[in-house]
Write a protein that binds this ligand. Structure first.
Ligand code: AMP
Ligand code: ZN
Ligand code: FE
Ligand code: FE
Length: 293
């Protein structure tokens, strides 16, 4: 069984529609794929319908933008009821913060001499729940200013670059209990990815387990072999589920093809058990997943 538990569609900052993404996952030989758009469940119905059509199991999830100790942490939440009011409020706050900074980013780019308008950006985010930096990057590509999203980030949008504008992230310690309350399971995405080497520490992860953290994503393109084995050892100590994924964004992110990393079927079973326990305790209607075997 081949399982990829972290992907993005056009409902956030991927380039495939949810149905296209699920079809591509089936075509590449995956048996299970999770749709985990940033801060939204809006793509779930389309992805689930496409899963039935293409004979692939779709796990509904989302990747929530949080902060912990002053740093950004991406939290994958699976099989939760996305209508829990406290969660809806937090996601709304994050999505609003994402969109609110777009005019400032456009103004900064114009100050840098680039003739870009707000409409150029909104054209790129028409299917998305919110407009983010990747859509500004896509507008810069469409205008011929840069050749690819990566270049737009490197030159203008990354932290410390001229058009970078910060935004709201939800407190991780508030979100983990809300995910449990919504009957879902929390898994920290690429915990040691990007510039954050070896943080959160094992001690911090142990504290997060106390408030309900269920797993960590170990096999991700942002982790080298040393990080992966260290994270696996920590997961064993803390009884955390370990996952693997592509973090696929269609053509929006290079080096992240579907299935490039996968999740061990035994780990998916543990994740589903934790989801069932959380769902029973929450007494809420949560998505159900039937595995191919
Ligand atoms: P935002 O949430 O609007 O600040 O945008 C952040 C998102 O942009 C991340 O979740 C990534 O999906 C994407 N991203 C960040 N850095 C890059 C990069 N260098 N190239 C392409 N996409 C990126
Ligand atoms: Zn993304
Ligand atoms: Fe992420
Ligand atoms: Fe992601």
């Amino acid at each position: 069984m081949r399982i990829d538990l972290h992907t993005h569609s056009r409902v956030s900052d991927g380039t495939d529609s949810p149905a296209e993404l699920v079809a591509a996952a089936a075509a590449t030989g995956l048996d299970v794929v999770a749709l985990t758009d940033h801060d939204t469940a809006a793509g779930w119905p389309e992805a689930l319908a496409a899963g039935t059509q293409h004979g692939i199991t779709v796990v509904p999830g989302m990747e929530i933008s949080t902060e912990y100790g002053g740093h950004s942490v991406h939290l994958l939440a699976y099989l939760l009821d996305p209508t829990l009011p406290g969660l809806v409020a937090e996601l709304g706050h994050v999505l609003a913060g994402r969109s609110a900074r777009v005019p400032t980013m456009v103004a900064r780019l114009r100050e840098a001499g680039i003739e870009i308008t707000l409409d150029d950006v909104y054209e790129q985010s028409a299917d998305a729940a919110a407009t983010g930096r990747p859509h500004v990057a896509d507008a810069l590509v469409a205008l011929g200013v840069v050749g690819h999203r990566d270049e737009a980030f490197d030159a203008y949008l990354a932290w410390g670059r001229p058009a970078f504008v910060d935004r709201y992230n939800a407190p991780l310690e508030r979100i983990i209990p809300l995910v449990t309350e919504a009957g879902g399971v929390s898994v920290i995405a690429h915990p040691w990815g990007r510039s954050r080497r070896h943080e959160p520490t094992e001690r911090q992860l142990a504290e997060l387990v106390e408030i309900g953290l269920g797993g960590i994503e170990v096999d991700h393109q942002d982790h080298g072999p040393a990080e992966r084995s260290a994270l696996r050892a920590i997961a064993k100590n803390l009884d955390l589920v370990t996952t693997g994924s592509s973090d696929y964004h269609g053509t929006g992110k290079t080096g992240h093809p579907l299935g490039v990393n996968t999740t061990d079927p035994a780990e998916l079973h543990r994740l589903l058990e934790r989801a069932a326990t959380a769902s029973a305790a929450a007494g809420r209607r949560t998505p159900e997943v039937v595995l191919p075997c």
